[in-house]
Design a protein around this ligand. Structure first.
Ligand code: HEC
Length: 127
């Protein structure tokens, strides 16, 4: 799994380099692939990594991405509440995932509000 994730990150970096100026001008895209990209895929074809594929995240139900088989019990229970991801909720999640869904297995957060805003702005376009 870790190897798959690394390979996906490598492909992402290669794609970013091929894209040149586009990603250089998008701090959210750069931040995504240098942080979230270690554990998340982002493509419409639906493959997952350590974390679920984040394609079209805004508007989806929390903890309910199809065919992601390794959700924690905490996330599955949270999914039962039918929470829908908004940009505001993503901001809360990225600041402190454990405060939002205690016991979930995403061991990562973004402290700087500017980083969160950039990543969320980029994610909003990935749909
Ligand atoms: C170290 C690995 C790792 C990193 C880095 C990481 N995540 Fe995650 N993320 C996960 C895992 C694992 C889950 C599933 C958690 C669970 O099931 O408890 C998750 C879940 C999520 C979810 C909830 C998805 C759903 O199904 O509702 C969102 C949104 C998310 N991550 C966004 C991000 C963003 C954006 C970043 C970068 C700023 C990021 N993650 C960085 C591992 C990671």
């Amino acid at each position: 799994m870790a190897f798959k994730g690394l390979r996906a990150a490598g492909v992402a970096v290669a794609l970013m380099m091929a894209a040149g100026p586009a990603w250089a001008q998008d701090p959210g895209m750069l931040k995504f692939w240098t942080t979230c990209g270690a554990c998340h895929t982002l493509d419409s074809s639906g493959g997952h990594s350590k974390g679920p594929n984040l394609w079209g995240m805004v508007g989806k139900t929390l903890g309910a991405i199809p065919r992601f088989a390794t959700y924690s019990t905490a996330m599955k229970e949270a999914a039962g509440r039918g929470t829908v991801w908004t940009e505001e909720l993503l901001d809360r999640w990225l600041q402190n995932p454990q405060a939002m869904v205690p016991g979930n297995e995403m061991g990562f957060s973004l402290d700087a509000a500017a980083d969160r805003a950039a990543v969320i702005g980029f994610l909003r376009t990935q749909r």
